[in-house]
Each structure stands twice: as structure tokens, then as C-alpha cells.
Design a protein around this ligand. Sequence first.
Ligand code: ATP
Length: 237
Amino acid sequence: MLELDQLSVRFGGLMALDGVSLKAGGGDVLGLVGPNGAGKTTLFNAISGLVKPTGGGIRFEGRDVLRTPMHGRARLGIGRTFQIPQPLHQLTVRENLVVAQRFGAGKVDRARLDDILDFTGLAAKAESDAATGLALTELKALEVAKALATEPRLLLLDEVLAGLETTGKRRFMAMLGELHRRYGVGIVIIEHDIDTISTLCHRVAVLNFGQLIADGTPDEVFRDPAVIKSYTGADHA
Ligand SMILES: Nc1ncnc2c1ncn2[C@@H]1O[C@H](COP(=O)(O)OP(=O)(O)OP(=O)(O)O)[C@@H](O)[C@H]1O
């Protein structure tokens, strides 16, 4: 379980996150939504250790990780993907997973990597060059596969569905829906599409101008006037 307590991140004069308290993990799929610039990726960066919070606390499975560096958090079980896929150049798909597994788990478990390649649909591309040999859906699958290779207990997925066409998206969603059961990970997913969030997520948290303005079931949250207003600028929809 991840617990954020009044977490804040300031960039100069901008409060990118302003006192966010939130719990995630423990088997839930939590959707993180909000308008562009609301602070969603900054929240992932603060949780994974890429950005230093200016206030507040972060606990993971009961442990204070605020001062734990990024690789330490990965070793504890916090895994993530990036909005723009970042395969390691001049390495094959399988080699990318080996590097990710060493980083996150500190060892190489080839059977687990084979399982991840199968599960993410990348087995046939295992020996392809990751930077040049993959289509967009496969690059996105590689982002998820790399994160899984770190052996996470909590997985932060940053817009992994963005840009996929309908069939690819449907297949990808089925895979994400299966992730928790197969690998026992809690998931937080940033996604703009409300239908996708409503299908995948047990809970939804909404950020607006760095503040948490709603946290509840998809039904509750998407009927909340404050949420509707943050998306449309209107008082009612
Ligand atoms: N490293 C940084 N330095 C300065 N400002 C930053 C930095 N990273 C993010 N910001 C600013 O912080 C705010 C929140 O950005 P963030 O990327 O977290 O939003 P987001 O909700 O993920 O947006 P999007 O949906 O467009 O990805 C924005 O105003 C952004 O310009």
C-alpha cells in the first residue's frame, strides 16, 4: 500500500502538487485523471523518486521512502512506465528486460522474463532491436514489460494506452485487467479516456491545478460537479 500525506512539489513559483493525500495499491486499480498540466506525471515522478517533493510524506508498505533514491524505491517494489516509451537503444527487447530486472530486482530470472514476454505479446520480437524493430503497440507493451521485469508490487502506468487504435487498445486493456491477477500488483494508471478509466478502475482520483479534488468510484467521481467543472470549465454538464 502506498500512502501519500500532504505531498507537495513546487517548481519555482508553480505548485505542481499542492498537499495531495492519497492511498493506492493493495490490489486496487486506481485511475488518476485531470486536465493537462494538473500534476499527474509529477505525482508519478515524486512517487518513483525522480522529483524531490518540497513537502509532505510518502510511505510504501509501512516504510518512509521520502529520502529513498529511485533505484531503492524500485527495489522495494515501486515500478513505473514513462509517457514516451524509452527503450534502451541498440539492445534487443529481451536485453531491455534484463537491464530492467537487474535495476529493479537485483537479479536475472530468465523464466520470469520469458513469462513476461509471452504475457505482453512480445515473445516473437524478443530478439528484435527495441528502438527500431517495434510498432507503437509493441513499444507500449515493452514499457509495461520493462516495468513488470522490475518485479513491482505497485505499478504506475503513465498513459500507456494513448495513441493506440481501437483494436490495439482493447487488447491492451484486457492485458492490464489481467495484470493484477497474474502478477499480484496494485496499479495506478494515468489515462484521459473516461470510458477506459470506468472499465478498468475500481477507484478514480482527480487532480486539478495540483490539488486532489475527488477520490471515489468512477460513478461517484464522474458525476461530481467539481470534476465536471474542472474538465469543462462549466458549472454543470
Ligand atoms: N521539471 C519541471 N520544471 C518546471 N515545471 C514543470 C516540470 N515538470 C512539470 N512542470 C509543470 O508542472 C505542471 C504539472 O505538470 P505535469 O506534467 O505533472 O501535468 P500532467 O497532469 O501530467 O499533464 P499532461 O496530462 O499534459 O501530461 C505543469 O504546469 C508543468 O508545466
